[in-house]
Design a protein around this ligand. Structure first.
Ligand code: MRU
Length: 356
């Protein structure tokens, strides 16, 4: 990544940010590692390539990972041989399942694709039906985001524009389009109810600085970037009324795994009497796990912390602890918004009411 070209930051006004395009013979992914300096699309024609792209963060964000994996399964059917097609697609599903452990949308999408695969009678049938299913998963995610934005804005009961703070990137880049938490921010802006959105930079991958600030600025939404460590001081000023974040997995008791730093934000929000909202589609809910303690938390390589922009800044001899998600306990969350409805002060009963 070079930081020397100011033209790279020139904004294009467009509300149509997309990160995933289905071509039929392949899937195109906007390489999120290179944003905002370059808008570079990768064309991938097989499941192994999709699994690699998910592992390497070409595509990231829970719903976008699920959608990409679904396309990966569709591509596996296209690439499979006439005789052994079913076994080959099943093997690809296993490969995709190993790409990242925390976002349950990946496993949800693979399970759904596996269900369709079991009904297919021939390779040709599988090629057609798996592609259709992947496109359906993609479209449904966009529709869920639109529905959640409406539900969330209604639940906020605002009588005047307010400032909000968000973490990581939960926008069009992280989903099938529009976004979860960032979809709510977009809807607030559309309804002239948004004064300002503060975007945590989100160390170490800088999803807030590189992706959220980019998405919002190109849509003309007033965004202020802050260092993660500035969140406490921002909340202390009293201007921010809501912290709005996404999720990678929500368990049956309402605990939420999301980008590292989310838990700390929830503690800060409670201390400063700021409301804390989680916005995520039903595909992020994992009712098979009782609590957040059961969620596998991904740890990534120490180089991601030691280095900034490819330059090593911390001593190689220093140990590194790099969990990329944390768990926010349900009792710090004011509401979880899904396309099925809102769970207020989440706990078992409220979750079961919507997700059984
Ligand atoms: O490591 P990432 O970039 O995949 O993490 C993304 C997040 O934690 C998002 O907040 C979450 O997936 C919700 S995206 C709508």
């Amino acid at each position: 990544m070079t930081l020397s070209n100011p033209d790279a930051f020139r904004q294009k006004a467009s509300p149509d940010t997309v990160a995933i395009r289905w071509l039929g013979h392949g899937v195109q992914l906007l390489d999120q590692r290179r944003l905002p300096l370059e808008e570079h699309w990768l064309t991938i024609e097989g499941a192994v390539g999709v699994a690699q792209a998910i592992r390497d963060m070409v595509v990231r964000g829970a719903p976008a990972i699920g959608i990409s994996a679904a396309y990966g399964v569709a591509l596996a059917a296209r690439g499979a041989g006439e005789d052994d097609w079913r076994r080959e697609v099943e093997a690809s599903i296993d490969t995709l399942a190993e790409s990242r452990p925390t976002a349950v949308n990946l496993f949800w999408a693979l399970q759904r694709m596996g269900g369709v695969l079991r009904q297919c009678q021939s390779r040709e049938d599988a090629v057609a039906r798996l592609a259709e299913e992947a496109v359906a998963i993609h479209k449904e995610d966009l529709a869920a985001n639109m529905a959640m934005a409406d539900l969330a804005v209604e639940a906020m009961e605002l009588d005047k524009p307010c400032a909000v703070l968000t973490h990581c990137n939960t926008g069009a880049l992280a989903t099938g389009g529009y976004g979860t938490a960032l979809g709510v921010v977009r809807r607030l802006h559309e309804q002239k109810l948004l004064k300002q959105v503060y975007a945590d930079e989100t160390r170490p991958w800088l999803q807030g600085a590189r992706l959220t600030a980019w998405e919002l600025a190109r849509d003309g939404i007033p965004v202020t970037l802050n260092a993660d460590g500035a969140a406490a001081a921002i909340l202390a000023r009293g201007e921010v009324k809501w912290v709005i974040v996404g999720a990678d997995r929500i368990t049956a008791n309402g605990d939420v795994a999301n980008k590292i730093g989310t838990y700390g934000l929830a503690v800060l929000a409670r201390h400063h009497k700021v409301k804390f909202m989680v916005v995520a589609p039903a595909s992020t809910v994992d009712m098979s796990l009782e609590s957040g303690k059961d969620i596998p938390i991904e740890e990534r390589d120490g180089s991601e912390l030691r280095q900034v922009g490819g330059i090593t800044l911390a001593p190689e001899k220093a140990g590194v602890f790099n969990p990329v998600f944390d768990v926010t306990p349900a009792n710090l969350i004011d509401m979880i918004v899904t396309e099925r409805g809102v769970v207020r002060t989440p706990e078992m009963t409220g979750m079961h009411r919507l997700f059984d």
